[in-house]
Ligand binder design. Structure first.
Ligand code: AMP
Length: 446
């Protein structure tokens, strides 16, 4: 399969060659012909699969091929909605890169920056608007934007938008878009009932493509767990980061405050580090991400929402300093490593209180996790992954009401079960690479 065989225009092929893309990814090969044929599309694909180009390429081709209405030049014809500012900025960048030899104009509108520049850009006109729902509604309410010519709508990371409470905003936006000839493309990592309901309401006879099994993570990713006492986590993080201080590492913390504290701590210990979370201004976030991408910053500490959809090519390692409260978020976090066939390491520092969360993650992944304590950081407790029943921490974002932020998980009901330590090391393969990362970790088999 080649991009030529997908029927893409020479100007797009040139841009793809300049990007260094040799062959389409599976989602691109499956989705591009369907979109080019004008179908609505329901695509199950997560970040890292090449999903952006899967909708961006046929969209650019369509806009280039169909001329503007003479009386409405530069009235937007395509709208792409994303859950976060970062993803909107990334999609915008990708569109510009893929469309650099075309006469298609794109603009992005998202919160966290002033309205003025966006108003001017909207007045100048654009073919494609990439937007987060909240900011787009601000512009709609102020009559800054004319959506009456939108004939292609893309809902990117639809599950996340619904998770983040954007359902009313989406309905409001969808309510004003033309219906008759609109093509709607919905991309989502998972198809929870809410996503399906959205699709059923707003899409017309959609074709479906499913790229990864729901909840699957990239094949090349190795999952490793270091059990540790909660009060020694920071030191252990220093230890594992110091094993290769030049390695670009994304570190996840649960809260904004926790991210800042960790960032200061790493900074005091000589790491080039930045934090990215919801309390940072847009310019701070953009700068942190740019510096991380450029290698000026080697450790980026992030919360889940801030990191969603970040496009960081071939990140070798992700560290879960805190486990996510919702097991599904583990999959999202790890989506940033092991991309496009590259190997990746997902390392989790797990305290006693987080055992229930780890069990949920393992249940969701249906995959082995290498459990290894690190010499000098052996925990004062034994990690148990054998507890059979689901705890109060339900896996999957749509099950249960586990909070996304805030309180630590309480002692789960597992604490009362008899202690049986079945396997400390479930997965012995790949030790060589882990050792390189860890320095002197001690891999134990029970
Ligand atoms: P996405 O899933 O859209 O966030 O894309 C993930 C990464 O894959 C991005 O860094 C893209 O630039 C890259 N990418 C997308 N399509 C291809 C392709 N056909 N070949 C190589 N890299 C690609």
């Amino acid at each position: 399969m080649t991009f030529e065989s997908l029927g893409l225009a020479p100007a797009l092929l040139r841009a793809l060659a300049e990007q260094g893309y040799a062959t389409p990814t599976p989602i691109q090969a499956a989705a591009i012909p369907l979109v080019a044929d004008g179908h609505d599309l329901l695509a199950g694909a997560q970040t890292g699969t090449g999903k952006t180009a899967a909708f961006a390429l046929p969209l650019l081709q369509k806009l280039q091929a169909t001329p503007h209405l003479h009386d409405r030049p530069r009235t937007p014809r395509a709208l792409i909605l994303t859950p976060t500012r970062e993803l909107a900025a990334q999609v915008h960048d990708n569109l510009r890169a893929y469309g650099k030899h075309l006469r298609v104009r794109t603009t992005a509108v998202f919160g966290g920056v002033g309205m003025g520049g966006q108003v001017q850009a909207l007045r100048r006109g654009a073919d494609i608007i990439v937007a987060t729902p909240g900011r787009l509604i601000d512009h709609m309410d102020r009559h800054n934007v004319d959506l009456s010519c939108i004939d292609t709508l893309v809902l990117d990371e639809a599950d996340r938008m619904l998770d983040m409470g954007f359902a009313p905003a989406l309905r409001k936006i969808l309510g004003v878009l033309p219906k008759a000839s609109r093509q709607t493309l919905l991309f989502s990592a998972t198809f929870a009932p809410e996503v399906k309901a959205l699709a059923a309401q707003f899409m017309h006879d959609p074709r479906e493509v499913q790229m990864a099994q729901p909840n699957a993570v990239a094949v090349g990713v190795e999952h490793c767990v270091h059990p540790v006492d909660a009060d020694r986590k920071r030191e252990l993080l220093l230890h594992v980061l110091a094993a290769d201080s030049r390695r670009q590492t994304l570190v996840f913390a649960r809260t904004k405050h926790g991210s800042d504290k960790l960032c200061r701590y790493l900074d005091q210990h000589g790491f080039r580090v930045a934090a990215i979370h919801g309390n940072k201004s847009q310019s701070q976030r953009t700068r942190a991400l740019a510096e991380f991408k450029a290698g000026k910053v080697t450790v980026l500490v992030a919360t889940d929402i801030a990191a969603r959809g970040l496009d960081i090519a071939q990140l070798p390692a992700v560290v879960n300093y805190d486990l996510p409260m919702v097991a599904q978020d583990y999959v999202h976090r790890i989506g940033r490593t092991g991309r496009a066939g590259a190997e990746g390491l997902a390392l989790s520092l797990v305290s006693r209180e987080e055992q229930g969360l780890l069990r949920d993650i393992r249940r969701l992944l249906k995959q082995d996790l290498a459990i290894e304590s690190v010499e000098g950081f052996e925990p004062s407790w034994s990690l148990r992954l054998d507890a059979p029943a689901p705890s109060a921490h339900k896996s999957g974002r749509n099950h249960g009401n586990a909070p996304r932020n805030g309180t630590k998980p309480g002692k789960s009901s597992h604490a009362r079960r008899p202690h049986v330590q079945r396997k400390q090391d479930e997965h012995a393969a790949g030790n060589r690479r882990r050792r390189k990362w860890r320095g002197n970790a001690d891999s134990r088999k029970a």
